[in-house]
Design a protein around this ligand. Structure first.
Ligand SMILES: *Cc1c(COP(=O)(O)O)cnc(C)c1O
Length: 398
């Protein structure tokens, strides 16, 4: 059996005629930039999140940049963010000229460590950028409490968490600005790039809207340098078809995640994430990430069979890493997993001038060595999931 880490095949088949009609309607309208579909999506997603303002843009990365710019964050400013995230979170901070200040994540839920935030606040700190990583909502009350105490702005990176809720309130509706991505693998995915920013503040909303169109409040009047960052009409049309399904897809993902948690309970060497559960807590389960604490290879044939793959991919060190070894072994059985993320941001070559040392963030660094994302997508079948766990049992001799 083949189990992909993620698949859109069934979702697209189910929505095929609706999506095709929506796309064709845009094509025949001749209006490809802005227009009805974009307006309808902005309105619908704002209402879904329960925020008064939502503006579409070109990507999740642009959403973060627009948010930082709208809050006047730039050279000389510091923004606190976790090192355990996708690179774009920190990259956006650097690309507006500010400095990312990395903090550790919590052992249990892999989210920003609140205690550490206090330790790195300086007079240059302007904002905190939490990430609702893998779809798990961060404790926004604690975060807003710290932000208020030090007069900091909060920009939520909701790229993986559209539809996640903390105590009933959608992520992206807590902080000053919420940033979303509609990259195809996210829970609400377009057929290409797309993003959005959400806010309760009308002035911030106006500023982001202008920044997304060359800093242009009225035609050919440019009050500041902006970007070309619009949500395409075709992408908006597709998102309009998909948005009404989002909660159902999250429900399916949650069923799969709960089943994994249950099925993997007796694996001593596989740790599943633990998080606070409140009523109205909604984890959007964009990824189901486990920690591989240990995996021993009992079958030496495996090493010779895979030696070439390892050499060709320059993965020599994989032989000494339990997680990477298990990943290869699962691949042999047709199960494809992904590593989010193999290298912490503070140790990326692009940030070598920040001079973080190996060992400076032990939790994050150990997660990067141990995490493995098991296949999860709303249409994943029960027999596929059972197969994944059966193979894991076999590999662990359980
Ligand atoms: C995907 C992602 C982004 C960037 O979104 P794009 O739409 O790909 O630009 C930013 N932050 C996180 C945490 C992400 O997962």
């Amino acid at each position: 059996m083949q189990v992909p880490p993620f698949s859109l095949e069934k979702q697209i088949l189910e929505l095929q005629s609706e999506i095709e009609n929506a796309v064709l309607k845009v094509i025949h309208s001749g209006k490809y930039i802005g227009g009805e579909e974009v307006q309808a999506f902005e309105k619908a997603f704002a209402s879904y999140l329960d925020v008064p303002y939502l503006i579409g843009c070109n990507s999740g990365t642009d959403a973060l940049i627009l948010a930082l710019r709208a809050l006047d964050i730039g050279p000389g400013d510091e923004v606190i963010t976790p090192s355990f995230s996708f690179f774009a979170t920190a990259e956006a901070i650097s690309n507006v000229g500010a400095k990312p200040v990395f903090v550790e994540v919590d052992q249990n839920n892999y989210l920003i460590n609140y205690q550490q935030i206090r330790n790195v606040i300086t007079s240059a700190t302007k904002a905190i950028m939490p990430v609702h990583l893998f779809g798990c909502p961060a404790d926004m009350e604690q975060l807003l409490c710290i932000a208020k105490e030090y007069n900091l702005k909060v920009i939520e990176d909701c790229a993986q968490a559209a539809g996640a809720r903390w105590k009933g309130k959608a992520v992206g509706s807590w902080g000053d600005i919420g940033c979303f991505s509609f990259f195809p693998t996210k829970n609400l995915g377009a057929a290409g790039d797309g993003g959005a920013v959400s806010t309760h503040d009308s002035a911030l909303a106006r500023r982001m809207k202008e920044l997304a169109v060359h800093g242009m409040p009225e035609r050919y009047l440019h009050t500041e340098l902006g970007y070309n960052s619009r949500l395409d009409a075709i992408q908006a049309a597709i998102l309009n078809v998909k948005l009404p399904k989002l909660d159902y897809w999250i429900k399916k993902r949650t069923e799969i995640a709960n089943r994994y948690a249950n099925m993997l309970k007796d694996f001593d060497d596989i740790e599943i994430p633990v998080f606070a559960e409140y009523s109205n807590f909604v984890h959007s389960w964009n990824q189901f990430v486990v920690r591989i604490k240990n995996f021993q290879l009992e079958n030496s044939n495996f090493i010779s069979d895979n030696m070439n793959i390892i050499r060709n991919n320059n993965l020599e060190s994989s032989l000494h890493n339990s997680r990477s070894l298990l990943k290869l072994k699962l691949e042999e059985h047709g199960i494809n997993t992904i590593i989010y993320y193999p290298k912490p941001i503070h140790l990326q070559p692009a940030y070598k001038e920040l001079s973080y040392k190996i060992g400076s963030m032990p939790v994050t660094e150990s997660l990067c060595d141990q995490v493995l994302s098991l296949p999860i997508f709303p249409e994943m079948r029960l027999d596929q999931q059972e197969y994944v766990v059966t193979i894991l049992r076999k590999l662990y001799n359980l």
